[in-house]
Design a protein around this ligand. Sequence first.
Ligand code: DHB
Ligand code: FE
Length: 281
Amino acid sequence: MARITAGIATSHIPAVGAALDNGRAGDSYWAPVFAGYDWAREFERAERPDVVILVYNDHASAFDMKFIPTFAIGCGEAFGIADEGWGPRPVPEVEGHPDLAWHIAQSLILDEFDMTIINEMEVDHALTVPLSLMFGQAERWPVKVIPLAVNVVTYPPPSGNRCWLLGEAIARAVASFDEDLNVQVWGTGGMSHQLQGPRAGLINKPWDTAFLDRLTADPGALRHMPHIDYLREAGSEGIELVMWLIMRGALGAQAQELHRFYHVPASNTAVGHIVLRPDAA
Ligand code: DHB
Ligand code: FE
C-alpha cells in the first residue's frame, strides 16, 4: 500500500532558484537561506521518498487568463521546465508517476473533487525551487513528482477549508493505491509577501509565526480563516498559504512538527519552511 510519510511546506521564491543556478548560494545574503534547508536535505536523504505530490501554483507559465483551473493534477510521464522570461532554469526535467496520478485523479473525482487532468505542461519556479531546496543541484531529481496545481493567482482561489478537505481526499486516494510507495505531500508558496502596489514588500513576522504554530496547534481554526485575513495580514500573495492546508489536511488531525525555519528577507518575501509527520506514521 502507498503511505504518506511526511508533509513539507516551503516558500517557492524564484530568486532562490536564480541564486543557486548562478553560483550565488554561498553569498552572505543567500547562505543563511540555504542553511535553513540543511535539515530537510538530510531528512530527505534518510527518508528516500518515492513520490512527492507537489502542491504549487502556476504563475502564468502553463496557464493564463484563457483558462484557470482551480485544482489540476499532472498525470503525464514528464513535465518540462517553463521559460519564465529569462530561459528555463537549468534543472532536470520533472518525472511524473502516471499510474499513481491517474489513480488519485479517479479517486478524487469519484470523491466529488472535480479535478482538471493535465497530461502535458511545463512547470515553473513554484515547483522547481522547492525541489532545488530539498535536493540541491541534482543531475536527475531523486523522486517522481505529481504536480498538483491550485489557482491562487486570479480571484477567487479555493477556500482554506476546501483545500484541507482536498488534502484529506488525497490521503484516502494514496491509501487505496496497491503499490508499496513512500509518498510525501508538499505545500509551497508564502509566507507573507506582496509583490505589487503600495504595500509591496509587506512582511508580517508575528502573523507568519502564528500561522506556523497553528498548523499543528490549531489547524481546525486555520482551515476556516477567510481569504480577507490572508490579504490584510500576509499581503496579496500571502494567499498562496492556502496551499499549505492541502498538505496539512493530508496528514490527519494529530500531525507532529519535526522542523521549522523562518527567515527574512529573501527577495521581497519572508521564507517559511516546515516539516511535519502525519499522525499515523
Ligand atoms: C516572488 C514570486 C513568487 O511567486 C513568490 O511566491 C514569492 C516571491 C518574487 O518574484 O519575488
Ligand atoms: Fe509564488
